[in-house]
Design a protein around this ligand. Structure first.
Ligand SMILES: Nc1nc2c(ncn2[C@@H]2O[C@H](COP(=O)(O)OP(=O)(O)OP(=O)(O)O)[C@@H](O)[C@H]2O)c(=O)[nH]1
Length: 412
């Protein structure tokens, strides 16, 4: 039983549906078949016995006069009418003293000694699976004139019952076939949305694609499941976007962070090398930023960082990328730079923009920017050299008068 249970549990839902449906139909049909067949068996048997009794009455009525007058010829004629009934096997008419007056035997049956029949004024009936035996007293105008004994087979009865059994079997078979066909038609409508959901789950697992949404129009449990899956995907997508933001963006300024910067600088260097272009890197460190924090508070410092971020974005071209890579440090990646003068001009613009006073929380705040610039492939062949050279240039700028820029060169 446990093994059967395990086997059933491991079947696909489609097979489960078909198996369950067929099993249920079969279980429902079994009692119906039993009741119908039992009723038909009983009713047909009673009708057959009744027919035989009626035949016995007719024969005994026809033979009564012959028996009263001991007329064997007439008695045989009365029995001869039984030939019309193929189930009738033997019949005997006996005088009250037990002597056989006339007997009948179906043409295909062997001769045998006449059975001793008890002479009595009572009828007897013996029913067995082989046949039906009946004896009954014969009266002529209330005078007992002898006995009639009949022996019949039940072939017609069994034939009718057998036919009925075939009809019922065909009906059951058709019922099962129709239910199987319906189950196969229905399984698609039930399992197709499940398969679609499964495909979506796989896509989420394989591609981390949280944008998939199942259609959830159905009002049944599968519809509920689709809606739950859709809500779960919305939450997952939101969470994924939030995680991406936390992982790649700076929470104070909203600019790309150091993590993002590292990925993009690698790409910029790789592109510059592959397409024989020039890319530039600027490190920008704010001057005297700590004073703002110390005198006006951290929140003003934060606002100033945001303001600087906005000003940098406003100065730069669309395809330049500005990132906040540390406390008061920013980096700018410049791609497809035509010449060495372009970054220098941009640095001047940045210094001018950052040095403009900012009005924050009612205070006029002024900071400067020290900028180090390096170029690939002019002064660096790979990312780490580009980072080092830009950093070195920035420290030179810082070491000078602050609020200035320095472009890395071979002499450094
Ligand atoms: N408000 C704020 N301050 C920060 C944040 N992260 C770092 N800082 C502060 O930024 C300051 C950076 O230090 P420094 O670069 O030495 O300060 P500085 O005054 O700019 O010094 P110089 O670069 O030599 O001019 C430190 O005081 C940090 O506490 C931040 O997210 N918000």
């Amino acid at each position: 039983m446990t093994r059967l249970n395990d086997w059933f549990n491991n079947q696909p839902i489609q097979s489960k549906l078909i198996l369950t449906n067929t099993f249920v139909v079969l279980i429902a049909l079994i009692p119906i078949v039993f009741v119908l067949f039992g009723y038909e068996y009983y009713a047909t048997q009673q009708a057959t016995l009744q027919e035989i009794r009626i035949q016995a009455d007719i024969v005994s009525d026809n033979a009564a006069a012959a028996m009263a007058f001991d007329d064997a010829t007439m008695a045989r004629e009365a029995l001869a009418t039984l030939r019309a009934s193929p189930d009738m096997q033997r019949a005997t008419l006996m005088a009250p003293n037990g002597a056989v007056l006339a007997s009948y035997r179906r043409y295909d049956l062997p001769q045998r000694d006449t059975e001793r029949i008890e002479i009595s004024t009572k009828s007897t009936e013996v029913l067995s699976w082989k046949g039906f035996k009946l004896t009954k007293p014969v009266y002529l105008k209330s005078q007992f004139v002898g006995m009639l004994a009949l022996e019949t087979s039940l072939d017609s009865f069994y034939h009718r019952v057998w036919l009925y059994f075939i009809v019922i079997s065909v009906t059951v078979f058709l019922g099962l076939a129709i239910s199987l066909w319906l189950a196969i038609q229905l399984k698609h409508s039930i399992t197709k949305p499940l398969s679609q959901l499964m495909a979506m789950v796989n896509r989420v697992a394989d591609e981390q694609d949280y944008s998939v949404r199942p259609v959830a129009e159905r009002l049944d449990e599968i519809g509920d499941l689709s809606r739950a899956f859709r809500d779960m995907m919305s939450n997952l997508q939101e969470r994924d976007e939030r995680l991406q933001e936390l992982a790649f963006y700076d929470s104070v300024t909203g600019l790309p962070n150091r993590h993002f910067f590292k990925e993009r600088i690698e790409q910029a260097v790789a592109n510059a090398k592959r397409y024989h272009m020039r890319c530039g890197l600027m490190f920008i460190d704010l001057d005297d930023f700590k004073i703002v924090n110390d005198t006006l508070g951290h929140h003003v410092g934060d606002d100033l960082l945001r303001e600087v971020g906005n000003r940098l974005s406003a100065v730069l071209r669309n395809n330049d990328l500005v990132c906040r890579i540390g406390g008061d440090e920013f980096a700018v990646i410049l791609e497809n730079v035509k010449d060495l003068q372009t970054p220098a001009m941009l640095a001047e613009k940045i210094i001018a923009a950052v040095s403009l006073p900012a009005l924050l929380h009612g205070h006029e705040v002024v900071v400067g920017a020290s900028i180090g610039i390096s170029m690939c492939p002019d002064f660096a062949d790979d990312t780490s050299t580009l980072l080092q050279t830009a950093d070195a240039a920035m420290y030179i700028a810082k070491g000078h008068t602050k609020n200035t820029y320095h472009q890395y060169s071979i002499e450094l």
